[in-house]
Design a protein around this ligand. Structure first.
Ligand code: AQP
Length: 331
């Protein structure tokens, strides 16, 4: 059985991209794999988070994950800072990774933009911590959206250099599990920008707690172009907003983009947006309702994370202690 690790930052309410690019796949992978899912609060603080909001968002995300079908009886769900092995291994990896490798990371360039000097050092070494998250458990497969592909390649570079430097096949090579469709859901306001939970405009994303009216409003306001939907996929070329809405529909319904165009090609966006709203509400409303119910039980959510951290630590501690011994730390 493969050991899977994946994480999500508690930087807000999970959005549709998080769900289609990651969470829904996590739920499916639970059937045949040993899964460790993590709310990566240490990653979250690489950009400023209000302390009270971070605590609240950590619990809210726990609720969304449980409501989406994460099974904490059979698998592990916890918050990263509660298992100190992540930070210890991340420090070792800060010393294994080369500056040149980190300089090539496009996510840092995207997030830091032109104002590089004013961003935290944590944001820069974010990929080292991500490598540590995965390798703390010697996980071999990581379900992620397309935006994390480069970070996983770096994880393998770090694992190989560690293995080379310390003369052992200690860490495994990690495989990225990227969904064939839905791996990059775009903003509803700009089809060239990825949907993000921390985008300043709430209109740019569907949140997994949005009710039917909110979803309908956001889809009604979603940016489109004046042309009707094409009958063939090639007709979506250079129409990023149209492509994004069709991709969302197809990914939710688990069919191909061409299937959607066979059904809706020739329609204007008015009727298509109505159909898309129905599909979104059908998928999201049960998760939103269950999340609302769970949020009334913060004690239960805290206990769930605490129990997950205890079980994660049992796996992590011997692996990281051995890595520390290999490095030469006196025990
Ligand atoms: N738009 C997206 N389409 C598909 N997958 C996505 N993911 C994120 N956005 C999309 C995937 O969701 C998982 C968890 O992401 P994260 O919270 O750890 O970090 P992120 O990629 O930075 O997500 P956000 O929503 O954009 O967060 P903020 O705004 O805080 O930066 C990952 O597997 C990611 O690929």
């Amino acid at each position: 059985m493969r050991r899977i690790f994946s994480g999500i930052q508690p930087t807000g309410i999970p959005q549709l991209g998080n769900y289609l690019g990651a969470i829904r796949n996590w739920v499916g992978l639970q059937r045949d794999n040993e899964c460790i899912f993590c709310l990566v609060d240490m990653h979250a603080i690489t950009v400023w988070q209000e302390p009270a909001a971070l605590r609240e968002q950590t619990l809210a995300q726990t609720a969304v994950l449980l409501a989406s079908g994460i099974d904490v009886q059979r698998h592990i769900l916890f918050n990263q800072s509660a298992v100190t092995a992540h930070a210890r291994l991340a420090w070792i990896f800060n010393c294994v990774a080369r500056l040149g490798w980190l300089n090539r990371m496009t996510q840092f360039k995207d997030k830091a933009g032109k104002d590089r000097e004013n961003h935290s050092a944590g944001l820069y070494v974010y990929p080292d911590l991500m490598a540590a998250d995965i390798l703390t458990y010697k996980a071999t497969a990581v379900p992620v959206g397309d935006d994390q592909r480069q970070h996983l390649e770096l994880t393998n570079d770090i694992a190989q250099k560690f293995n080379h430097d310390y003369g052992l096949d200690f860490f495994p090579i990690v495989e990225a599990l990227i969904p064939p469709q839905g791996a990059r859901i775009m903003s509803l306001r700009d089809g060239t920008k990825k949907m993000s939970k921390s985008d300043p405009s709430a209109q740019s994303r569907i949140e997994m707690t949005d009710d039917a009216d909110t979803i309908a409003l956001k889809i009604r306001r979603a940016k489109t172009d004046p042309e009707p939907l094409p009958g063939e996929e090639a007709g979506l070329e250079n129409r990023p907003e149209a492509r994004n809405l069709v991709t969302i529909y197809a990914t939710l319904q688990q069919c191909s983009i061409q299937d959607v165009l066979n059904q809706h090609g020739g329609e204007g966006f008015g009727p298509f947006k109505k159909a898309l709203t129905d599909v979104l509400v059908q998928h999201i409303a049960p998760i939103a309702d269950e999340t609302t119910r769970l949020l009334k039980e913060p004690g239960f959510l805290r206990d769930t994370l605490r129990d997950g951290a205890r079980r994660a630590n049992v796996i992590a501690e011997p692996i990281v202690a051995e890595a520390e011994s290999l490095v030469g730390f006196l025990k």
